[in-house]
Design a protein around this ligand. Structure first.
Ligand code: NCD
Ligand code: ZN
Length: 348
């Protein structure tokens, strides 16, 4: 198959940033996806419905003219989030999830939750309202091995939480291990996961290929080959519990190429193309549409799109850098070939 037309997909996990950075990256997401769940880890974080409303307006203002793209906002859960704020988020209509960052787990997570028991009241309200909890599933801190953080979090927090709040809708974001695939497969109804393109295409050797490669550093960090294989099997399995979430996370070049470089890979410029590569690698392009365009919308209770996009198998090469406000943004696969290309979008 050299040409593939899909119902327009959605990105169920993306970082669009703010200001000049937002203006530089949002076009890539809007070109490919009809909607995206936008992460709230700004500085300061988007912790209230009022802040989400203002951020939404900035995103819409930064869209290219004529773009048909709907940002779906999220709130950043903190120890002091109140159940009333969840009510306001629900009433606002444009907030589609509440994001749990364990404090210290990743970029801009210092305001995150220090102890899950502190937000039990909020989780109960979310359960009542059907508001999804989006989880960065890693245990931070010096005592847990970097490569075991996801496994530790499943046992210590996520497993117990999905049992305590049996009606809570939960998305385990950007899963990276065979253990997480297993957990999702066995979980009760209402628990799902997103998978990034980089975790389908690479194992952790990519970070150390001939020297340290900061542009392959993201969180949760890439894992073993057997984990990558399990993720690829899950994504291409046809199970509605696994759907697309790029976790495209742009950082200025100097913040990546640094003695203490930031976590995050920018993939939005080629997001759906990269998933096509991954699905093609195991002969399952026929399963891409459901993963990219059906299962996430169904989980979030939103309609599937009526319009389509078309991909062709024709190699192209992303530039070394994209403009990024005052700085530069090194995209994933900079100067290297990508097998699939976005040929066009067809309106409904
Ligand atoms: C994300 C970022 O830069 O905001 N980084 C990343 O490595 N994925 C945060 C996150 O999703 O963990
Ligand atoms: Zn993320």
């Amino acid at each position: 198959m050299n040409r593939l037309t899909l119902r327009r997909p959605d990105d169920w996990h993306v970082h669009l940033r703010d200001g000049a950075a937002l203006a530089a990256v949002v076009k890539f997401t809007a070109q490919r996806f009809g909607r995206a769940i936008v992460m709230p880890n700004l500085k300061p974080p988007i912790t209230t419905a009022a802040l989400a409303r203002a951020y939404r307006e900035r995103i819409v203002a930064a869209l290219p003219k004529g773009a048909r793209f709907e940002p779906l906002l999220t709130l950043y859960l903190t120890d002091s989030t109140t159940p009333d704020e969840i009510d306001r988020a629900r009433a606002a209509g444009f907030v589609h999830g509440i994001k749990l960052y364990p404090a210290g787990a990743t970029t801009h997570s210092d305001a995150g939750v220090t102890d899950i028991a502190k937000v039990h009241g909020v989780l109960a309200r979310m359960e009542e309202l059907g508001m999804p909890l989006l989880v960065h599933g890693e245990t931070p801190g010096p005592d847990v091995d970097v490569f075991d953080r996801e496994a530790h979090f499943i046992d210590a927090v996520l497993g117990p939480l999905t049992e305590r709040f049996r009606g809570l809708r939960v998305v385990f974001e950007h899963i990276t291990t065979a253990g997480a695939v297993d957990f999702i497969t066995r979980a009760r109804a209402g628990v799902a996961a997103t998978i990034t393109p980089q975790h389908l295409l690479h194992n952790r050797n990519a970070i150390f290929a001939g020297g340290i490669r900061p542009h392959y550093y993201c969180l949760p960090v890439l894992k073993r080959e057997r984990d990558r294989e399990a993720l690829l099997r899950a994504a291409t399995s046809g199970s509605p519990r696994f759907f697309l979430g790029t976790d495209s996370a742009p950082h200025e070049r100097a913040d990546k190429e640094n003695a203490c470089g930031c976590a995050g890979m920018f993939t939005a410029h080629a997001a759906i193309e990269l998933y096509a590569e991954a699905f093609d690698s195991v002969g399952h392009l026929d399963r891409l549409e459901a993963f990219a365009s059906h299962f996430g919308a169904d989980f979030y209770g939103l309609p599937r799109h009526d319009d389509t996009i078309t991909l062709v198998k024709e190699p192209w090469t992303p530039p070394q850098v994209y403009e990024f406000g005052d700085g530069a943004l090194v995209p994933y696969r900079a100067g290297e070939s990508i097998a699939w290309r976005l040929a066009g979008t067809e309106g409904a």
